[in-house]
Design a protein around this ligand. Sequence first.
Ligand SMILES: CC(=O)CC(=O)SCCNC(=O)CCNC(=O)[C@H](O)C(C)(C)COP(=O)(O)OP(=O)(O)OC[C@H]1O[C@@H](n2cnc3c(N)ncnc32)[C@H](O)[C@@H]1OP(=O)(O)O
Ligand SMILES: NC(=O)C1=CN([C@@H]2O[C@H](COP(=O)(O)OP(=O)(O)OC[C@H]3O[C@@H](n4cnc5c(N)ncnc54)[C@H](OP(=O)(O)O)[C@@H]3O)[C@@H](O)[C@H]2O)C=CC1
Length: 284
Amino acid sequence: MNIQTIMVVGAGQMGSGIVQVAAASGLKVLLHDISMAFIDKGLVSINKQLARGVEKGGLTEVRKAEILSRIQPSEQLEQAEQVDLVIEAISENMVLKTSLFQRLDTICPPRAILASNTSSLPITEIAAVTGRPSQVIGMHFMNPVPVMPLVEVIRGLETSQEVFEAVYKLSERMGKTPVEVKDFPGFVSNRILMPMINEAIFTVYEGVASVESVDTVMKLGMKHPMGPLELADFIGLDTCLSIMEILYEGFKDSKYRPCPLLRKYVKAGRLGRKSGQGFYSYHG
Ligand SMILES: CC(=O)CC(=O)SCCNC(=O)CCNC(=O)[C@H](O)C(C)(C)COP(=O)(O)OP(=O)(O)OC[C@H]1O[C@@H](n2cnc3c(N)ncnc32)[C@H](O)[C@@H]1OP(=O)(O)O
Ligand SMILES: NC(=O)C1=CN([C@@H]2O[C@H](COP(=O)(O)OP(=O)(O)OC[C@H]3O[C@@H](n4cnc5c(N)ncnc54)[C@H](OP(=O)(O)O)[C@@H]3O)[C@@H](O)[C@H]2O)C=CC1
């Protein structure tokens, strides 16, 4: 399979990171979101990242311009009719994702692979709403995408070997280390990471220690680059809650119940860095 042109749907923190890395690897990339304002926000963030690269000396102006020239904003989803692969990176919500995959299935050429960057939703269930389940796959990047070397490649029940190999090779071309994972709630990464974050939230909820103290214990005691609450803010508290709910629903085990404090913060619109307030404040 010759993958040259891709579309990334969702210009949030993950989508924009995926676009940057894909364009840097030589792919032509269309970037789509529900409105031009969101696409522009994604493009601004990519520009900023590349400008930082130039400032630090790792990137030349010529290389930056070359990467940007491969990125094309795409206001109409219908432009997916020309692509070899779509990587979906919209909000972690099954209803949104399945309705998008149904639309993509009618728009994309028969050869196209439909990949999801979902953190935890079943790939098999997403694939089942399309007429091409053998060409649907999980391609789970880590945040921040330009920095983290891992991609979990998740086979749905019907994913073909050819599609698996194409996405595995593409991940390598994008400078990542792919790891094959079966389609199980939370895959590997979030089955292990998210209960730790949820437990950190319970530790604060039960008054065992402050937010700063919990993070300090994990940074200085366990050498984590970020404390779990800082990391939850970085990932997005809405995404963390969705993942815990999927683990809880998928395993029917009370150890995955989301902490009420996490639910309360999300209901209040405290989504972490992206909303300016989470366990920490990011105003100004
Ligand atoms: C939820 C899911 O489904 C799965 C997930 O993704 S879970 C989240 C996984 N990610 C993590 O666990 C991240 C943990 N945190 C870290 O590794 C580090 O704190 C960090 C890499 C984010 C920042 O590192 P740091 O040393 O504190 O900061 P800093 O020195 O500014 O950055 C280190 C490098 O990362 C780059 N960087 C930092 N933030 C970045 C961002 N948002 N986007 C792109 N690059 C970024 C910097 O430019 C810098 O690059 P150079 O080494 O080339 O100079
Ligand atoms: N955050 C993380 O650390 C990681 C997240 N992921 C996964 O990546 C995906 C995206 O997460 P993240 O980037 O953090 O989320 P963000 O909230 O930053 O971005 C999601 C983007 O998708 C847009 N969007 C929502 N619905 C649609 C739609 N129907 N069509 C087009 N665009 C849409 C959103 O617009 P609007 O704001 O209007 O809703 C927003 O711009 C999720 O599945 C998440 O689980 C995977 C790895 C790590």
